[in-house]
Design a binder for this molecule. Structure first.
Ligand code: IPM
Ligand code: MG
Length: 359
């Protein structure tokens, strides 16, 4: 099979983790007899530096001409003063929109060997295996109008949360379909006691749920969900939620399983899937070679699964990660006081070697 990929390393630790993820992709392709063609383009701050735009046209065209996109991270203090429409983050949002990927899948799984890396007690976190399904193209991220008006000190800001029935329906279906292949439980998260969008959300999700009598649907408010996510994370299977709530809860889930650096994501729903670690650009550790590449590497596994239906290859990458973690290798974010920490490259190479030798 030919896999045509556009790689967008982006900013901060993005290039470091993307390099390791691409090595894993190349090695997997070699082991399983596939051909990979990678085109690398700038996005975010790197796009601003190269072409004065967070999503240069050439970058977008390359993405549209590929089968799947692998993104590192965007953003950094050097670009914080840019106007909102030229911020690095805008490049990512535009790309998500251009690719039509409305469904953001963010699994958060506790690797048994990382029981001690979680800040939570072992008995609380044991068995955690959830899939956060985040709506990605609606809500406060895209609603209009949005602006800051007037002059200081009397300025006023507006953001708009907006959801159509159709946009709730399509993301709900993704969540229910995923649940069918898991433990058959969907928790829909909203703020229906306050927000109109959430009241519509709850109604539409309930209606969609009628078509899935084999899946158990429950609802909770986002504040309560945040509490339970910390107190009893193992009880969650699929969490279905809107854009902003999903952004917040997925970082929280990263903390629960030991490190945000572990979390991968797939943004699907359009013709071309977008795959990125959840962690972001982490400017404080950028360029030091200490970032955790596992979020990016596990994003490659998600790419193999969701864009290419290469389940065996995807599972092979995930098994390699599990095995290497079992050997005790730890990047800084996962290590406990006094433990040796592996640089980004060493972790990446260990995974690559595991895949190459199958040992
Ligand atoms: C994420 C990130 C992005 C988001 C930022 C970088 C725009 O936090 O993917 O979770 O808010 O969606
Ligand atoms: Mg986020």
């Amino acid at each position: 099979m030919l896999l045509k990929i556009t790689a967008l390393p982006g900013d901060g630790i993005g290039p470091e983790v993307t390099a390791e993820a691409l090595n894993v992709l190349h090695t997997t392709a070699k082991v399983f007899g596939h051909e990979v063609r990678v085109t690398t383009k700038p996005v975010g701050g790197a796009g601003l530096t190269a072409a004065s735009h967070p999503l240069p046209d050439d970058t977008l065209q390359a993405c549209l001409n590929s089968d799947a996109v692998l993104l590192g991270a965007v953003g950094g203090p050097a670009f914080d003063h840019y106007p909102i429409d030229l911020r690095p983050e805008k490049g990512l949002l535009k790309l998500r929109q251009a690719l039509g990927c409305f469904a953001n899948l963010r699994p958060a799984v506790l690797f048994p060997s990382l029981l001690d890396s979680s800040p939570l007690r072992a008995e609380a976190v044991q068995g955690t295996d959830m899939m956060i399904v985040r709506e990605l193209l609606g809500g406060l991220y895209f609603g209009e109008p949005r602006s800051i008006n007037g002059t200081s000190p009397d300025r006023e800001a507006i953001d708009t949360m907006r959801y159509s029935e159709a946009s709730i329906q399509r993301i709900a279906k993704v969540a229910f379909d995923l649940a069918r292949r898991r433990r058959k439980k969907v928790l829909s998260v909203d703020k229906a006691n306050v927000l109109a969008c959430s009241r519509l959300w709850r109604e539409v999700v309930t209606a969609v749920g009628k078509d899935y009598p084999d899946v158990q649907l429950s609802h909770n408010y986002v504040d309560s969900c945040a509490m339970i996510l910390v107190a009893h994370p193992a009880q969650y299977d699929v969490i279905l939620t809107e854009n902003m709530f999903g952004d917040i809860l997925s970082d929280l889930a990263g903390g629960v399983v030991g490190s945000l650096g572990l979390l991968a994501s797939a943004s699907v729903g359009g013709k071309i899937g977008l795959y990125e670690p959840v962690h972001g650009s982490a400017p404080d550790i950028a360029g030091k070679g200490i970032a955790n590449p596992l979020g990016a590497i596990l994003s490659v596994a998600m790419m193999l699964r969701h864009s290419f239906q290469l389940e065996k290859e995807a599972a092979n990458v995930e098994t390699a990660v599990t095995k290497i973690l079992e050997t005790g290798l730890r990047t800084k974010d996962l290590s406990r006081p006094g433990e040796r920490t592996a640089p980004t490259q060493e972790m990446g190479q260990a995974i690559t070697q595991q895949i190459a030798t199958g040992r």
